[in-house]
Design a protein around this ligand. Structure first.
Ligand SMILES: Cc1cc2nc3c(=O)[nH]c(=O)nc-3n(C[C@H](O)[C@H](O)[C@H](O)COP(=O)(O)OP(=O)(O)OC[C@H]3O[C@@H](n4cnc5c(N)ncnc54)[C@H](O)[C@@H]3O)c2cc1C
Length: 385
């Protein structure tokens, strides 16, 4: 892996595409049917160092910029694979890197970089509060040199396939804080060691390994508090631009995959004595999805550039994520329609990718909340919630 191949990272893209070629549609179809975790794929990405792309070199990672991580995830998706099984490690790790103590960084980051430790679970969303994170109910109460955690999370993806969870919990009751964003804290939970943790998988329309997680008097050492007690919400917010940009890159990859598959099919499939791709009714949805994808990609590149220059990029990250998710959905829709009946046949992989890419209009943040962000923070309209 190198950082000297230009801002678009063509060498990284080529290397990731070669790795992905070992994981064809048949591999993903089998996992999808049985809702199994892509262990071999994640192991291959880990041993090639891709999941440690953003970890600085002094902690054993590649020390690459966010655009390189975006290139990795985009290529994974453009190759027909799915990064959802492991993408979170790239951005969750950032909270430890930015806000963790020197001891925490030395203890965890090198092990994460070498693949000995997986930090893939992100416990924020709760069943009762949903998008309203500040109303979450999971509490962590200090008791000597530990926190005792009680509550539950939902949609904690990869919880069964992670050693560590970054958990957001309330450490000061909401009524006792002056600013409503205070009183929440981030804890690194070693899921291998704790008692009082129950994980229950949720079967979803796509293979996503998401779970409900329950905490019952779960004791977490106080040394696992990341940063300052009560400031955890800010730490989570700080990581959100990177998360949005990386998810946008995955959606761009999905859109490229759908468009490539559908245009190839439209050229080959002959009906009424000519290729279906000769009909404008078939061409136009694909051309439109392509234009949408390119527009979203341009915003993504702007967002990555601003992020790497440490400029404010909340608007760009949010817009890139929203428009990329819409572009991948438009491309998926055009791909299904282009394939006619075969779009629904599992062996063509279109229906699987179609199910997978739909998620990104809801998670990690839904379109409405992005629009609310833009309305309030960019257009200066009153806060609506
Ligand atoms: C497969 C999957 C994986 C996930 N992985 C994780 C994970 O690893 N960790 C984690 O913490 N979370 C995860 N999530 C949770 C995800 O981030 C949330 O589902 C998402 O943020 C929406 O929250 P919610 O489901 O509670 O919806 P709600 O908050 O209940 O919202 C429901 C709908 O109402 C809309 N809505 C709500 N309030 C408003 C408002 N004020 N104005 C306009 N519209 C509004 C929303 O946009 C949404 O469309 C995952 C979700 C899924 C489905």
């Amino acid at each position: 892996m190198t950082d000297h191949d230009g801002p678009n990272h063509p060498e990284i893209r080529a290397a990731v595409a070669r790795l992905c070629a070992d994981f064809p549609g048949s591999y993903w179809r089998k996992l999808d049917q049985d809702r199994l975790y892509p262990t071999a794929f994640v192991a291959a990405l880990t041993s090639a160092g891709y999941l440690a792309a953003l970890i600085p070199e002094n902690y054993g990672g590649a020390g690459l910029p966010l655009s390189a991580a975006a290139a990795i995830l985009e290529t994974v998706h453009a190759s027909g694979c799915n990064g959802a099984a492991c993408h979170a490690q790239m951005y969750i790790m950032g909270t430890v890197l930015r806000n963790g103590s020197p001891e925490q960084k030395t203890r965890y980051l090198p092990q994460i970089a070498e693949g000995a430790l997986r930090l893939q679970a992100f416990g924020v969303t709760e069943p009762t509060s949903g998008t309203d994170t500040l109303s979450l109910r999971t509490v962590a109460v200090r008791d000597g040199d530990s926190y005792i955690v009680n509550g539950s999370k939902v949609w904690t993806s990869r919880a069964e396939h992670s050693d560590l969870m970054l958990l957001l919990a309330r450490t000061t009751p909401r009524a006792e804080v002056t600013r409503k964003t205070d009183g929440l804290s981030t804890l690194l939970v070693d899921m291998r060691a704790v008692k009082g943790l129950t994980i229950r998988p949720i079967r979803t329309m796509m293979n996503h390994n998401s779970c409900e997680v329950f905490f019952e008097d779960m004791r977490v050492p106080a040394e696992n508090l990341v940063g300052v007690e009560g400031q955890g919400f800010r730490y989570i917010l700080d990581g959100m631009n990177a998360e949005r940009l990386l998810i946008a890159a995955e959606c761009i990859g999905d859109a490229k995959w759908f468009i490539a598959r559908a245009t190839a099919y439209a050229r080959e499939r002959v009906v009424f004595g000519r290729a279906i791709g000769q009909n404008q009714g078939v061409q136009f949805p694909l051309a439109k999805a392509y234009a949408q994808m390119r527009a979203a990609e341009a915003l993504l590149l702007q967002g990555l550039s601003a992020y790497e220059q440490a400029k404010p990029c909340g608007d760009l990250a949010n817009m890139a994520k929203m428009l990329s998710a819409e572009a991948s959905w438009a491309a998926g829709e055009a791909a299904i329609q282009t394939h006619g009946g075969y779009g629904f046949a599992e062996d063509f992989d279109i229906e699987r990718k179609f199910r997978e890419t739909r998620l990104y209009q809801v998670a990690p943040i839904s379109t409405n909340l992005i629009l609310s962000y833009l309305a309030e923070h960019v257009l200066g309209l009153p806060r609506s919630y």
